[in-house]
Design a protein around this ligand. Sequence first.
Ligand code: F1P
Length: 360
Amino acid sequence: MPLTQLESPTHMLREILSQPECWSECIRQLENDAVLHEIAANVPADSEWLFVGCGTSYYLALSAAASFSVITGTPAQAVPASEVLLFPHIALAGRRRIVPVLISRSGRTTEVVKARDYLERERGIPTIAITCAADQSLAQTSHFPIVLSAAEEQSTVMTRSFSSMLLGLQYLAATLTENADFKQALKHLPRAAEPLFRDIPPRLRDFVERHDFDNYAFLGHGPFYGIACEAALKVMESSCSYAQSFHSLEFRHGPKSIVSAKTLVGFFLSDAGYAAEVDLLEEIKSLGAITFVVTPRVDSRVRARADFLVEVPMDGPECSRLAGCIPWGQLLGLYTGLKKGLNPDSPRNLSQVVILNEIP
Ligand code: F1P
């Protein structure tokens, strides 16, 4: 069904396109948020950070943990909330000075709320939370709640809440390290990204219109791995398509066997891994894949192998570009779902929040 006939302004599309404005609003709030300074005053410098979430919020946790390691130089990991509940000895791994950060747009997801209860009540560990819902359990009960109400969504799936809470956690890392340059780079992101939000949507809608794919694989290293995971989830949630995510060079170690002319392979290129990732791009293109490339810069090799190309120019630190990379995966999922005649505001089998009666 031609997309143009389906272009109903869904909540999801409106929320994706609102991200630059939402980021600016969230950063303005963070600049005056006393909680960030309370955290800085109470968290020991040699802390080990543990980022905890579910679904999109777990993939956010992956990118936030990698960002924290880069910005603060301290150890940071990410785990699904269910791991804290079912395998606490593994999730906490005997860490001595854990600082848990619980991530939940709704603030109501059962596994996250129960993980907070376990950490604070059973283990006596104060928790930090970041959420979009001021009036829900997580914001009401965590020791240090960061609330970004401007990023709240009508959609079932998360888009601007993912990128805004990621920015919020990066802003916290920059506050802890008094890194004014990184904060400035985050402040600059909305204006730097604005032209992309005008140029990419019609190009990407046309690209989706012209291609049909059997399967999808999204690739990223370091802080971009969480972005790759979230892009895959958006395609699955919004278009009921089969999508996977890998650390980029891992794709050679078996998964590349799926590559055909009906495979879309998405590359989120990094500064640190650029040369190795472009070698991989060339190899996967030579196997016949259609490629979707989000990159900090374009050289002749990238231009020759990218079937869809997004350049996210950032003159700031590499991690400050992260939030500007995810909208294109979000739109890919949305447009693919619309093309399949699906309604992205009512994704099959999904609810806005997963509430469990009990976790045994
Ligand atoms: C987490 C989540 C979303 C998913 C769906 C169900 O929500 O798994 O990632 O897209 O909306 O809930 P939250 O804990 O961040 O509110």
